[in-house]
Design a protein around this ligand. Structure first.
Ligand SMILES: Cc1ncc(COP(=O)(O)O)c(C=O)c1O
Length: 376
């Protein structure tokens, strides 16, 4: 029987190879002409005013927090409210900067619940880290309002949200910074890359220094400058080596070209799942916020006896995933306040296979198998 996997990235190989060949033939695979071209294409596609291409979203989340900490003079031990239902990189990023992640509970969308967030605000709260799980916006509009009312910064972890739109506009401009992932299994696949988007030119310019060790002129700009003093640059502060490279940007340019087509097909697959699972007792699909056209990075359902269901699906050559385990189940986050909804979801969620190589027959097989496993 053909195995059906959770994620299988699709690359338009010949077009990607043309992009990579151009980088290699030019002798310029690093930060440079393609990263600049990809940033421009991304801004044109999303309508976001600024974008800086990175080596990963994890780098971007760290950078976002570091830059906000500097700009607003946050102190060690200040708090950022975050979700326990996420990939750990967003929560680790808070700890990298000696700040304290404080978890709030999730809602039916498995995104941060504004009422739980409001309860966890203290005089030391500085920001909210909102994760658009699976491409969903959840109650992002309410969280944005809450941030404005309480003077908090909003970090949008948009790792799953490439192509998500709210009221017709691509997400990413709601708060103080947004970070997208172009990891191989994401909606816009490269191998590993990300994008950080600030709303203002100063922060965007500062981000470029931060991702290049604090150096005020990148190598590409220096090489292409007319000045004979190409080797002169200033280093204004300790920075990181977080910028993206032209090989990844070339692949990203091709993936961006197909993003809308691929996301439309992802939504089609989600519709097939909705139909195939409609009325199935014991299988609850995680709803999408009515506010958004979701990127549909994930199609999640909740079931009882999840681990047994996963084993049975694996026996039928179906290999779903779990996004995510409640982070308080990890030793290092065990001291967080309880988030009962997140804990319960963490024990019940399954991410069904979702990628553009699936066809209607594959989806029907997953639905039929899941229905019969859950029926017992
Ligand atoms: C919600 C979320 N945030 C951040 C990341 C980190 O992305 P990257 O792999 O690009 O560092 C991921 C990756 O899986 C993620 O799912």
């Amino acid at each position: 029987m053909k195995p059906i996997h959770l994620f299988v990235p699709t690359f338009r190989v010949e077009e990607c190879l043309d992009e990579v060949r151009e980088c290699l033939e030019k002798g310029w695979p690093g930060l440079g002409f393609k990263t600049a071209a990809f940033e421009e294409a991304w801004k044109a596609h999303t309508g976001l005013p600024y974008a800086h291409f990175l080596s990963s979203a994890t780098a971007g989340l760290h950078l976002a927090i570091r830059m906000l900490k500097e700009r607003y003079r946050w102190q060690d031990g200040d708090e950022i409210i975050s979700t326990p239902l996420t990939f750990v990189s967003g929560n680790h990023a808070i700890l990298y900067e000696r700040l304290r992640p404080v978890f709030a509970d999730v809602d039916e969308y498995l995104c941060l619940d504004p009422s739980s967030v409001a309860e966890r605000i203290t005089p030391r709260t500085r920001a909210i880290n909102f994760v658009g799980l699976g491409g969903n916006t959840g109650r992002l509009a309410d969280i944005t309002r809450l941030c404005r009312e309480r003077g908090l910064k909003l970090i949008l972890d948009a790792a799953h949200m490439t192509g998500t739109r709210m009221q017709g506009r691509h997400v990413g401009g709601e708060g103080d910074v947004s970070v997208f992932s172009f990891h191989a299994v994401k909606n816009l696949p490269t191998a590993d890359a990300g994008m950080i988007c600030f709303p203002d030119a100063d922060a965007d310019a500062a981000a470029r220094r931060w991702t290049w060790l604090g150096i005020d002129k990148d190598t590409f700009a220096r090489t292409n400058s007319d000045s004979s003093y190409k080797w002169y640059y200033d280093v204004q502060h300790v920075g990181f080596k977080y910028h993206g490279n032209s090989i990844m940007a070339g692949i990203g340019l091709v993936s961006l070209k197909y993003l809308e087509q691929d996301n439309a097909y992802r939504r089609q697959i989600a519709d097939w799942y909705d139909e195939g699972l409609a009325g199935a007792a014991g299988i609850e699909a995680v709803p999408m916020s009515l506010d958004c056209e979701p990127a549909r990075h994930l199609y999640q359902v909740q079931v009882d006896r999840r681990d047994d269901v996963m084993v049975a699906l694996n026996q039928a050559q179906i290999f779903p995933g779990v996004h995510y385990r409640d982070n308080t189940l990890y030793g290092m986050y065990a001291d967080q306040p309880p988030c009962p909804r997140a804990r319960r979801a963490s024990e019940r969620i399954i991410s069904l296979p979702l990628h553009v190589r699936l066809d209607r027959g594959d989806v029907a097989r997953v639905c039929d198998t899941l229905r019969s496993v859950v029926r017992g």
